[in-house]
Write a new protein. Structure first.
Length: 140
């Protein structure tokens, strides 16, 4: 892991800062000490890697780096991000629903929002898969 971090030209202090954690955590990751999956996710974000990259590197493989997106995919992702922001806003209102209408109404609202989030995740997966497939076919 340390080799990959070194290749990026980022020191451990900077990685820790980007992760919002202390340098000791980064040192533990580099030494191969087991850390929480969420911590590995924060490392991936800090390094600009795709999810699953840390496991690949720890297993002797390479990180997965995102490919540049075409304009159409960027527009679609921007739309999804706006929809996600709206869902977050609605989630903030669930406590008001609970207070005003009770537990069952709040559960129903959460179930509806969960379904909307699942649909957004599906759309993101489709976009990133089709974008990756196009990138692979262009390099083949």
């Amino acid at each position: 892991m340390g080799t990959w971090i070194g290749r990026l030209g980022i020191d451990r202090e900077e990685v820790a800062r980007r992760m919002g954690m202390d340098k000791k955590t980064v040192d533990r990751i580099i030494q191969g000490t087991a850390v929480a999956k969420a911590t590995l996710g924060r490392l991936e974000t800090a390094l600009g890697w795709m999810p699953g990259s840390t496991q690949a590197v720890l297993a002797g493989g390479q990180p997965i780096v995102p490919q540049p997106l075409d304009a159409e995919t960027q527009r679609a992702l921007a739309k999804i991000q706006a929809e996600a922001a709206e869902i977050r806003r609605k989630l903030e209102l669930v406590s008001d629903i609970y207070d005003d209408y009770g537990r069952e109404a709040a559960r129903a609202a959460i179930a509806k929002l969960s379904a909307e989030l699942a649909d957004l995740n599906r759309q993101i997966a489709e976009l990133t898969t089709s974008s990756s497939d196009e990138g692979l076919s262009q390099t083949s």
